[in-house]
Design a protein around this ligand. Sequence first.
Ligand SMILES: Cc1cc2nc3c(=O)[nH]c(=O)nc-3n(C[C@H](O)[C@H](O)[C@H](O)COP(=O)(O)O)c2cc1C
Length: 366
Amino acid sequence: MAEKITLVDTVKKDFHEELMSRIRSVVDPEKIDIVVSLHAEMDHSGCLPQVIKEVKPSKTYSSIVGKETLATHFYEPEIADIIALPDGSTLDLGNMQLEFLHTAMVHWPDSMMGILRCDGVLFSQDGFGLHIATSQRFDDELPLHDLERAAAAYYANILLPFAHIMTKATTKLKSLLPDVKMIVPSHGPMWRTNREWIMDKYLQWSAQKPTLKAVVLYDTMWGSVDKMARAIADGMAQGGVEVRLMRARENYRSDVIAELLTAGAFVVGSSTLNRGLLPTIADKLQYVKGLKPKKKIGAAFGSYGWGGGATKQLEQQLKDIGIKVVADAININYVPNGDALGQCRESGLRLAAALKQHCGVPDSRL
Ligand SMILES: Cc1cc2nc3c(=O)[nH]c(=O)nc-3n(C[C@H](O)[C@H](O)[C@H](O)COP(=O)(O)O)c2cc1C
């Protein structure tokens, strides 16, 4: 433990008591000398004012933007007294030094990380986090496959819009790896074994290189679009593409973007409801758009009764997301018959070929 005992970040307001009791299990809170806020979002700072009042540290620190951001969250005098640390600052903790690296947009403009070189610890706040809570504290106590799924979902939902920044930040952090023996994020287990692996995953996800995987997202009222989605998915699978068929109302938004992170194609279907999209589809597309996935191709399909409208809106929304629409929309009047489903299967095959071309993979069927 540092001579000047230091608390890095707090927790959501409702977990204040649990935080204090966990601190008490290792040290008398009154012995804490310094409090550091690495990130102003309320899952890190929600009980910061209360903790400062109770612990009475000699000093509390944040980044420069962190001080401004905390000052627009909390209006207690303790927050106004926070000392802002410029990028590259070092705090003397007596027997060790805590260095700071500003990492704007990993996850908010105020975000920074802390490095304790003597023990090789990187306090990475939201970087390399996972939304899983287990009794296992370290990465090597959990199956790597579970870690990968959770880390990808976290990255896709929290950090994907800043992928270009993540590439730069991760490259910089990777250069510290010889000194970093443990990455301690504010969410999920600590990385002590797969440190380089998780950084390489971040570089891979940030690059968003398209793969031979497609997400077919759809919804339906009476089953027509469901039949079409399955036929398109069959065609794509037959064409050599790994397909995730996701009905919008049965999947969370966060699961759709997590699957999309490692996909090269996004194919979306909706029936026409009152001249527009099914709300479950509109919801998912709005969410995906905000997370700015890149380098994907796509297409739209749907079923209508009279004037239609859904597929036109789908195509526009795919373009707005930044997806390259590579095929004309398939529009079927009411319930698809055998011919229509054959058309969907053929379209799936053509989309698979287009995806292969997009990925630079030769199509043996051509
Ligand atoms: C409440 C409701 C509203 C609809 N509104 C429209 C519409 O505005 N324009 C249209 O072309 N079809 C409309 N339809 C017809 C559906 O698009 C059509 O039945 C379609 O085949 C449904 O496909 P699904 O079973 O995959 O949902 C509507 C159907 C329902 C039930």
